[in-house]
Design a binder for this molecule. Sequence first.
Ligand SMILES: [Zn+2]
Length: 237
Amino acid sequence: MKQKETLSTTPLKEQHIDLSNLLIEEMGDEHKASSVETPLRADAFDKTDEEKIAAIAPHFKAIMEILGMDLRDDSLKGTPLRVAKMYVKELFQGLNPANMPSMTLFENKFQYNEMLVEKNINFYTNCEHHFVPFFGKAHVAYISSGKVIGLSKLNRLVEYFSKRPQVQERLTMQIGKALQTVLQTQDVAVMMDAKHLCVSSRGVKDDSSNTITSFFGGKFQEEKRKMEFFKYVDINE
Ligand SMILES: [Zn+2]
């Protein structure tokens, strides 16, 4: 687990939120009850990262060999281990709650009570149905309930949930619900606008379509707030 900073290191009144605990508590053990949760096995983290890499590499090698590739070739021989490392250490490291970014809250000293919008957050993730990328922009917003969060934490949270095999609908909800938990408010909005390679590079080969998903909590369910959010985000930009 990440080390917690002490509250006395800074003059600002801070509050550290251990999101991993909060989320796990909130979700409980009823894995199947919540469609928001990534379906994980109970033994998901019994193996270390290194053990997972060592176990995945021969399987990926087998796939390449079955496809007919000659793994003795210089260009190919390192690929199975390279892919295994990339899966565990990069693309799918967000499966493990231990990798959840630490979230630091501050008192809303400025009494800023309007919505804060962080738009055009780039994200890259992988479709869990085809294991090819989908990527685009995330836009998140919240109205402070007395706490505010460092802006970069919004990016980190989007990145964390992106580093899993995903479907865009779940990714959007996971970010929205995590923000509600961290910020201690229902007033959170998330919109994601993405291109899916499983749609553009294969299958129907539709190059021009985007997929848009949204999450509106609390005050963002009001038409007026929604419209304000849309105006700031202006996804045609
Ligand atoms: Zn797909």
